[in-house]
Design a protein around this ligand. Sequence first.
Ligand code: PEP
Ligand code: MG
Length: 543
Amino acid sequence: MVSSGTILNGMGVGLSAVTAEVFRVKPAMPLPEAAKHSGDTATETQRLKSAITAVAEQMNLLAESAGETSAEIFEALNMLLEDEDLFDTAVIQIEDGWEAGTSFIRAVEEFAELLSGDAAFEERLADIRDLAKRVAANIAGISLGLDLPTSGKFVIVGEDFSPADTAQFTEAVVGVVTIQGGPTSHTAIICRSKSIPAVVSCSKAADLVDGMTVLVDPVGDRVVVEGKESDITKPLTFIAKSHDPLIPVRANIGSLEDAIAASASAAEGVGLFRTELLYLSATTQPSKEAQAKGYEEILRAAPAGPIVVRTIDAGSDKPVPFLNMGHEENPALGVRGYRLIENHRDFIIDQLESLETAREASGREVWVMAPMIATATEALEFAALARAAGQFKVGIMVETPSIVYEIPSLEGKLDFISVGTNDLSQYLFAADRMNPALGAMLNPWQPGLIRALKQISEASSAAGIYSGVCGESASDPAFAVLLAGMGFDSVSSSRSQVGAVREALSAVTLEQAKEVLAAALSGNSAEEAKTNAIGVLSGISEN
Ligand code: PEP
Ligand code: MG
């Protein structure tokens, strides 16, 4: 039992705190077993009709929130859902005595058998089965969603939230606490970008129940039960010494909404556009035309400056249904990111060509990069594909330890690199970024990561390659100062952090940033590195 004033430690996300009532997210209920109805065929047929209409409406809402890129996918799904032959087949099942939900599932399976061998239908099968599940859930009164409140103010508490879950966050979600998940988890990334205060990896949050009031205090890395204003930990404040930050601060985006919000910030362009976020709910591959249209809207809306677009980074923590990636024992070490080139070469080329269409139409400066590059061969192959597809600056993400050692061999071949510290930490420390027990190893202040970053920055500048950092570490204002002190050319932060990172980088000179770096390097642990760096920074910010 948690009493008033209890402190639950975790890892904070964001700089502002919030107090609100707890809403525990319940795990989804399983669908009921196949069952017979009690005899009224007409009522059962009516129930099926209403459920189909309700699911079609849900699909329309999802289409609206997913943006135009996915709209045509949802339209295609609705055509399947409302197919008359399918409905008639389900009615025959109802007449045979099966209840409405079971009948629809049986009808879909009958279609699957009849049309097996028809390539076009088979491609759609997973979608139709998903729709049948939604219809059956609607009939059984089971919610497949999170059932979040839509009004009031709540801190939602759950194990961890998948991309499909975070897409359902409503206006009423003002704070988030996860029992699992680490500082680089999808939940952390989304909360930072939406400015929702969060504490992740908070194992004791399992004791929180509906109706309690909690203070989410991210700067203090804690949740305080019935916490008060005076419990809030204040972030470091900086006094700007110059108008421009030491190095440009770009924004990370994943949607049109992000692009619009980022252009209201002081971001100088976009340092990471996570394209896979557009497709997390797409069950069929978007056409080139739909992609080009979606990218063009985003390029036009993005803040002034270059826009660094990452080709699809599906797999592991970012499942993309239409790519049918299958099960892997160890997905973080599996076929993800650029490794999709083996089986989905066409999609990567489509992406690059659609981006070129969008670049030309929008007149924006576009840089493209590939995720999860592990060898110089992959880097060169991607550079050739990208240069053949359009007028881009071409680069790669540095997220694997192996590519760090290959930077010198990429001299003259790449225009830029961008360090993804989320994955780089995962692979440097052999610590799964989804495993809450290992959150401490994913702390960017780990001396091992700081030394690796210094080496990457030095190797890139020796090879004449522009270097930036776009992982979550670059959203921490103090850490961004450290990165500038190492010699990185730019940072890209979660859009809600752009202002704070710019402030920190406008309050220091290069010499001072180097002093902050030296102080961090003198620490023997993440805690010492951070304390030493903040000590020097507070001295600077007070003067
Ligand atoms: C990273 O790994 O640091 C990164 C920016 O990519 P993502 O978090 O999308 O894997
Ligand atoms: Mg990554």
